[in-house]
Design a protein around this ligand. Structure first.
Ligand SMILES: NC(=O)c1ccc[n+]([C@@H]2O[C@H](COP(=O)([O-])OP(=O)(O)OC[C@H]3O[C@@H](n4cnc5c(N)ncnc54)[C@H](OP(=O)(O)O)[C@@H]3O)[C@@H](O)[C@H]2O)c1
Length: 294
């Protein structure tokens, strides 16, 4: 058996095209949605992520801007930029690209974001709203992207056993909350496993849907899966270059063995990654609409 591929690249393009249509339809004589990224330092992966986010802005007609700050910036300097963006009426969404250089403390900076511009969904107010089933917040982009993929591939979650591997505040925990909601893409029976869990392979084998967000390259093996399980791989890892000098990206799941057992699976790259960007733009357009009262 070879699993159906869940194509995040194609799906993210569809989401961005729909957003472009919404913006075009509702713009009138007004200003377009605005997304401001704050990038501190020269981390190569962060630069690529921000560049991809800006490309997505261009694709759907969002005014994207990058505040690039030197790696030597002080906590106060970054804080001052966030203050300015919080006040800027042309900015609907602010994202602080992580990780920050080591001398900076991300937590107070994230807490300083206006929750109604926190389109990454990382402010504790937004995480609290998610936990309280209050739809007026923003859902973090990677978990939102996972649920969007499941929905667009008609993979039902209601009443099914979902195992989430990982409990981070950014991915695992909000995903578990989303899938538990009383919602058409919720009502799942969710188990969350982490490094202190016993018998992780056994728990994974019980799952109809496995969501891997452990940050450990290719560690979930095909023979851990129930035949026909759906596998969503959030992990991204860069392996050393092969003999042709080509860098390889892999996920948390050992794809070659899992693809033989699963009924559907996301590839890495081209699975959850592009959906994260699409959901950031979706949250930005939502923020814009809320600000305009549409
Ligand atoms: N595709 C995207 O857009 C996107 C976005 C964000 C993250 N990611 C990727 O997704 C992965 C997870 O990200 P994250 O930010 O959630 O990572 P994280 O903060 O490192 O959290 C990893 C979680 O997995 C658990 N874990 C680690 N090894 C495990 C094991 N062997 N068995 C069971 N649980 C284990 C950890 O448990 P403890 O809590 O006990 O330590 C922790 O809860 C990373 O590869 C990251 O690069 C991708």
């Amino acid at each position: 058996m070879s699993a159906r591929l869940i194509d995040g690249k194609k799906t993210s393009k569809a989401v961005l095209d729909e957003l472009a249509e919404t913006i075009h339809r509702e713009l009138g004589g007004g200003r377009p949605p605005g997304l401001a990224a704050v990038l501190v330092g020269e981390d190569p992966a962060s630069k690529i992520y921000v560049r991809n986010k800006m490309k997505a802005c261009d694709r759907c007609g969002v005014a994207g801007t990058v505040a690039q700050l030197p790696s030597t910036s002080s906590q106060e300097e970054v804080s001052a930029v966030l203050d300015e963006l919080n006040e800027n009426s042309r900015v609907d969404g602010i994202l602080l690209q992580l990780p920050l250089p080591e001398h900076l403390d991300a937590r107070p900076l994230l807490a300083q974001l206006r929750p109604d511009k926190d389109v990454d969904g990382v402010h504790t107010i937004n995480l609290g709203k998610l936990a309280a089933d209050d739809p007026s917040g923003f859902v973090p982009c990677t978990p939102a992207g996972v649920v969007e993929l499941l929905e667009r591939y008609d993979i039902e979650v209601e009443g099914r056993r979902v195992v989430v591997v990982g409990r981070s505040n950014l991915v695992g925990k909000p995903l578990a909350l989303l899938l538990m909601r009383r919602h058409k893409m919720g009502n799942a029976t969710v188990t969350v496993v982490h490094t202190r869990s016993r018998e992780v392979p056994e728990r994974v084998r019980e799952a109809d849907i496995v969501i891997a967000a452990a940050g450990s390259a290719q560690f979930i093996q095909g023979d851990w899966l129930q035949p026909g399980a759906v596998v969503i791989d959030v992990g991204i890892h860069r392996l050393p270059e092969d003999k042709h000098g080509k860098a390889r990206l892999v996920g948390d799941v050992h794809f070659p063995s899992a693809v033989e057992i699963a009924s559907a699976i996301t590839p890495v790259p081209g699975g959850v990654g592009p959906m994260t960007v699409a959901m950031l733009l979706s949250n930005t357009v939502l923020s814009w609409k809320r600000r305009r009262g549409v």
